[in-house]
Design a binder for this molecule. Structure first.
Ligand SMILES: NC(=O)c1ccc[n+]([C@@H]2O[C@H](COP(=O)([O-])OP(=O)(O)OC[C@H]3O[C@@H](n4cnc5c(N)ncnc54)[C@H](OP(=O)(O)O)[C@@H]3O)[C@@H](O)[C@H]2O)c1
Length: 239
C-alpha cells in the first residue's frame, strides 16, 4: 500500500526500530500515531514527525491506546517489545508473564480490535518479530513470543485477505535494547535501525509477507524449516 496521507500507528516509537520506522513513514507522508511509555522520548519523535503521541504501557493492556487513537489506522506497526536473556529455570514467573504480555498479548489484542478498520481501509499490518522466532538458547520465552507472533501473522494473512501482513525477522539491530542485553559480538554485526525501517517501508509498499534483516540470515530460516535437527546442532555450535 501507499502510506502517504494514511493514518499509521507505530508501537514502541520512542526508541530504536520504532523511532526509525516513525521517521521513515513521516518522510513518506504518513500521518502518525506514536506510542511508548517514556513521555519525553515519545514527544521528541512526535515533534519531529508531526505525529500524535499516546503514552501507554501495553503490558498493562491496550485500552488506553485504543481510547487515544485519533481515527482508524490503515497501517499498524507492532514493534514494542522487550527481551530477557538467561537460563529458563532462572526466570521468575512474573518475568515470563511480562514478556508474553508485551510481546504477544498486546499485538494480538490490538490486531483483534483494529482488524475491522484495517479491512475497511484495505490496510497493512507489520509484526516486528525476531530471528529468535527460530529458537535461541538462553532466550526461550522471548523466542516463544516471537514465534507466536509469526504464527499469528501467518494466520491473519490467510483470514483477512483484504489486509497486507508483513512479519519482520531482524537479527541483531543497533538499538538501546541490544545495549541493555549486553550484546558484544562483532559477527553478525548489528544492523542499523534505519536499515530495518527502510526494509519495513519497502515491504509495506510491495506487500511482502516476510522480511529477514540482514537478508543473509534467510539461510538460517531455510535450514530451520528444512532440517530442524541440523539447525539446532549448528545453533549450539555457532550460537
Ligand atoms: N534490537 C535488536 O537486536 C532486535 C532484534 C530482533 C527483534 N527486535 C525487536 O524489535 C522491537 C523493537 O526493539 P528495539 O531494539 O528498537 O528496542 P528499544 O530501543 O528498547 O525500543 C523498544 C520500544 O518498545 C517500547 N516498550 C517497551 N516496553 C513497553 C511497554 N510495556 N509498553 C509499551 N511500550 C513499551 C519502548 O518504549 P519506552 O522506551 O518508552 O518504554 C520502546 O519504544 C522489539 O519487539 C524487539 O523484540 C529487536
Amino acid at each position: 500500500m501507499k502510506v502517504a496521507d494514511r493514518l499509521a500507528l507505530v508501537t514502541g516509537a520512542s526508541s530504536g526500530i520504532g523511532r526509525a520506522v516513525a521517521l521513515r513513514l513521516a518522510g513518506d507522508g504518513a500521518r502518525l500515531v506514536l506510542t511508548g511509555r517514556d513521555p519525553e522520548r515519545l514527544q521528541e519523535v512526535a515533534e519531529r514527525t508531526g505525529g500524535k503521541a499516546v503514552v501507554a504501557d501495553l503490558a498493562e493492556g491496550v485500552d488506553a491506546l485504543l481510547d487515544g487513537l485519533p481515527g482508524r489506522p490503515a497501517l499498524v506497526v507492532h514493534n514494542a517489545g522487550t527481551g530477557a536473556a538467561g537460563p529458563l529455570e532462572e526466570m521468575t514467573s512474573a518475568q515470563v508473564d511480562a514478556l508474553i504480555d508485551l510481546n504477544l498479548r498486546a499485538p494480538v489484542q490490538l490486531t483483534r480490535a483494529l482488524l475491522p478498520g484495517l479491512r475497511a481501509e484495505r490496510g497493512h499490518l507489520v509484526f516486528v518479530a525476531s530471528i529468535a522466532a527460530l529458537g535461541v538458547a538462553g532466550e526461550a520465552v522471548y523466542s516463544a513470543t516471537k514465534a507466536g507472533l509469526r504464527g499469528f501473522a501467518d494466520a491473519v494473512r490467510i483470514e483477512a485477505p483484504e489486509v497486507g501482513v508483513t512479519t519482520v525477522l531482524p537479527g541483531a539491530v543497533d538499538t538501546p535494547y541490544l545495549a541493555r542485553r549486553g550484546y558484544e559480538r562483532t559477527i553478525p554485526r548489528p544492523v542499523r535501525s534505519d536499515k530495518v525501517a527502510e526494509e519495513i517501508a519497502r515491504a509495506v509498499r510491495r506487500g511482502t509477507s516476510e522480511v529477514v534483516v540482514p537478508r543473509w540470515l534467510t539461510l538460517g530460516a531455510k535450514v530451520h524449516g528444512a532440517a530442524p535437527t541440523l539447525f539446532a546442532k549448528a545453533s549450539r555450535r555457532f550460537g
